[in-house]
Design a protein around this ligand. Structure first.
Ligand code: UGY
Ligand code: MN
Length: 301
């Protein structure tokens, strides 16, 4: 009898351990990063309150879709093959169906993945959250690791490829030309962008695109230390697409107050009241699309 017990222990102990490892890896869900867990923005795809921790609450999600804003949290992001991209799945988080004039999507590129060009006259901005991609234009071949970005002006022939798996956040919109100036192809990384003055505010601000009038939008990187908040309770004509890269806090959207954390995406329509306070123990960093430099009377959408 004793022999039988030790035999079963020998047989089953490795099986149980193996089962726990496999089970744990499955719990990470299909956006689980695994190999990228120590990347600086790992919380975007492995949030503190991850889908696996919420799985026992039937139907629970923090996501909401209102007339003038949406909060889309990781447990409700739905990925499917990105049309014509190779080995890439995408989750569209903001689209014109909501009233926006831009799209914002996450692209999960597997090994040997390749992008396709945007449609004619569409400009594209991409930011690397996990892994590394290689961006090629006719003239340049550029490696883009985590925290780096690229802006492709409308009709620029380019491709994005990944040898290893990578996650990007991508913004696209129809370029709104002003005079005869053309925006330029741009690449860079957040840490190389200068810190800008923010009169009346405490957050640290970097802009990833030039502020000149050729560019009809900008991408802001905003950092708040725990306890810091927006002083202005903003209501403005500009639209926003936001991805929380780090930290946790409270977002006021319209008359609603939402606890948010890294990985959450927010759509803000023109004039939606907006305010943020960083809470939790670490800084908040978010990435923010904002349309700029155009007369609101000239919008063609
Ligand atoms: O620039 C902005 O509009 C920015 N401060 N908005 C925001 O963080 N919601
Ligand atoms: Mn704003």
């Amino acid at each position: 009898m004793q022999e039988f017990q030790s035999f079963t222990r020998i047989l089953f102990t490795p099986l149980v351990v193996w089962g726990m490892v496999v089970g744990a890896s499955q719990l990470e869900g299909f956006c689980g990063g695994g190999q990228w867990e120590d990347s600086i923005y790992a919380k975007v795809t492995n949030p503190t309150l991850s889908p696996s921790h919420l799985k026992d609450l039937p139907g629970f999600t923090r996501s909401v879709y209102e007339r003038n804003y949406a909060l889309i949290t990781p447990e409700s992001q739905v990925f499917s093959a990105l049309p014509d991209w190779i080995n890439t799945s995408g989750a569209y988080l903001i689209t014109p169906a909501m009233g926006s004039h831009f799209v914002m999507y996450l692209a999960h590129m597997e090994e040997n993945a390749t992008s396709v060009l945007p449609q004619q006259d569409i400009e594209r901005f991409l930011f690397v959250i996990e892994g590394e991609v290689v961006l090629s234009t006719g003239a340049d071949v550029i490696k883009l690791p985590v925290d780096s970005f690229a802006y492709a002006p409308p009709n620029l022939k380019h491709s994005v490829k990944s040898d290893i798996s990578a996650t990007l956040v991508v913004f696209e919109r129809r370029y709104q030309r002003l005079r005869n100036e053309d925006p330029q192809f741009i690449t860079g990384s957040t840490d190389k962008q200068v810190l800008l003055e923010t009169p009346g505010e405490v957050f640290a601000l970097r802009k990833l695109l030039p502020t000149t009038s050729m560019y009809d939008f900008n991408i802001h990187i905003m950092d708040f230390q725990p306890g810091e908040y927006l002083n202005v309770k903003e209501v403005h004509y500009n639209q926003h697409g936001l991805l929380l890269l780090e930290g946790q806090g409270l977002y006021r959207l319209g008359n609603d107050w939402h606890p948010v954390q890294a990985g959450d995406a927010v759509w803000m329509a023109p004039f939606v009241p907006q305010w943020y306070a960083a809470l939790g123990k670490t800084r908040t960093r978010y990435l923010l699309y904002k349309d700029v430099n155009r007369n609101p009377l000239d919008y063609t959408y």
